[in-house]
Design a protein. Structure first.
Length: 120
């Protein structure tokens, strides 16, 4: 199977002291589609377990944000990860994010987007 090298790129970029290189979250697609309105969803349950927080802490994080649902959820997740890892910026390498570049750019205009392609 031919690969494009995104995992290697994530590892290399993740070595920067200010950059947190994460996994393929698929959160952009899910958050945009679902709006993350269901507090009992699998993703929210994962978030609580991953960040080791209880319902009260999660509700407090959500209440502290006043943005559209997709941005709210993703900001909460990555701000908590950045704080825990003592980093300033994050990297999400989900391939399907390319389908949402316009929305990502609209919601996070300061984002740097990297589109990796492979030659067949």
């Amino acid at each position: 199977m031919m690969k494009s090298g995104t995992s290697l790129l994530r590892v290399l970029l993740g070595q920067h002291p200010d950059l947190y290189g994460t996994f393929e979250s698929h959160w952009f697609e899910d958050a945009l589609r679902l709006g993350w309105s269901d507090a009992g969803s699998r993703r929210v349950t994962f978030l609580r377990e991953f960040l080791e927080i209880d319902d009260t802490s999660y509700d407090a994080m959500v209440a502290a944000k006043r943005a559209e649902p997709a941005r709210e959820f993703i900001d909460i997740v990555y701000e908590a990860m950045l704080k825990r890892e003592n980093k300033r910026r994050w990297l999400d390498k989900t391939p399907d994010n390319v389908l949402h570049f316009d929305e990502i750019r609209r919601v996070w205009p300061q984002a740097t987007l990297i589109h990796v392609t492979r030659e067949p």
